[in-house]
Design a protein. Sequence first.
Length: 423
Amino acid sequence: MPISLKMPALSPTMEEGTLAKWLVKEGDEVSSGDLLAEIETDKATMEFEAVDEGTIAKILIAEGTDNVKVGEVIAVIAEEGESAEDAANVVDSDAGAASEPVTAEEPAAPAAAPEPTPAPTPAQPAASGGRVKASPLARRIAGQNGVDLSGITGTGPGGRIIKADVEGKSASTPAPSAAADTSAPAATSAFETTIPHEIEKLSNMRKTIARRLTEAKQTIPHIYLTVDIQLDALLKLRSELNAALAPREIKLSVNDMLIKALAMALTQTPKCNVSFAGDQLISYQRADISVAVSIPNGLITPIIEGADSKSLSAIAVEMKELAGRAKEGKLQPHEYQGGTASISNMGMFGIKQFDAVINPPQGMILAVGAGEKRPHVIDDSLQIATIMSATGSFDHRAIDGADGAQLMKTLKELVENPLGLVA
């Protein structure tokens, strides 16, 4: 019997994704562990491996298709001793059967045999708050052309609207809001301008960033607290430690040391190591620091678990490895989902100070500016020192201003007396 290859759930919260690219074609033989496709989730583009052996009999979802639901059949594999053509024909003949959820709607390449055209079935109207039955590709084409799906009769299995039903239709009234993608703000009208420009489709990651940051600013009452921190002692210690670690090819960054300092400040100020959860307050027993890393398609936050109890050298090695894989899109979900607080450092860009947006459900994020030479009072005399401004953004529903201020005070003391970071 043909093996149904279904859209995988690549993270615990994944409900749908984009089939970014097929790495195989119809007729290819595959074995367990072979790479089949690249799947774009809301956080990264991940590779999808084969579990079974056989021949790719039919590809049902074209590469580039958005909003493919988890569990939807994307391809069919013919088992050993079964021809790819026979397996494809079985899929075609069983497309409308309720007993097997293999639905051959829109193959990425021509089918082995012409697909029979069933008699048109009345389209299923959207119930109150429901959805018109349509394939993801049909929805995308309709959205691009302003076509109202509710007025189209579907010719696919069970009256489902497919690609052929939508192509050639002229724009009509806007599609019902129930059929819209709720993961990002819906476009109200086509963008028009006389300025030369390009239009780029938002990636799933960019849609998720837009949605989460909008929710964070709309629902979380932020309070911002800033301190100026003298870095000279920390920079001196960093230089000494790097000299000692050179034979092991480990190099500490200022950010590695700030990760450790924030983690220790959180454990010493436990009222800030929390999450707001409706009528509950979650207090964490360790400090897992999410570190903002810029990648080509947006931003991701790999996590240093238990940073409060790790050595600086361990943090440096782990952070280098995580950042490298983050930029390659190869992080696993557990490596970027979670965390008890975040740190975002824009000092390398010369940014003096900024306010960061909290990453829910975390209760705070630390925004780090550049260290720069400034006039500074030391022992009642005006001198030149390396000063860094750091701003903590706190969820005021969970963290009182006085507690946030205590955390920033503790952080300042740890950075200005950095031997405590290695004690």
